[in-house]
Design a protein around this ligand. Structure first.
Ligand SMILES: [Zn+2]
Length: 97
């Protein structure tokens, strides 16, 4: 699989996102500022979740398990944040006049 998609960024700039798995591992590249600095950008993420061919290749890759772990950890953080917010509120209710 090799796929090139042009996307329009929020400022109207056009970027090219390239996906491939020809080397045996799932690879993505985007020409936006984040992409050229090897940061996982929203253009790559959006296409990974919307293009069936790209999704199929991603799901077969070892990256799938890493993304699943990232999602789980992100949910853990959100859950802890809710708990700390609740505690702060309870403390404020008891302590503050
Ligand atoms: Zn990008």
């Amino acid at each position: 699989m090799r796929k090139e998609v042009e996307v329009v960024g929020s400022e109207g700039d056009v970027y090219t996102v390239t996906f491939s798995d020809e080397t045996g591992s799932f690879k993505a590249f985007c020409t936006c500022r984040a992409g050229v600095n090897r940061v996982l950008c929203k253009h790559v993420k959006n296409l990974m979740n919307s293009d069936p061919e790209v999704m199929a290749s991603f799901e077969k890759s070892e990256l799938k398990a890493m993304f699943d772990e990232l999602d789980a950890k992100t949910e853990e953080i959100a859950s802890l944040k809710r708990e700390t917010d609740k505690l702060k509120k309870a403390i404020a209710n008891k302590m503050l006049k």
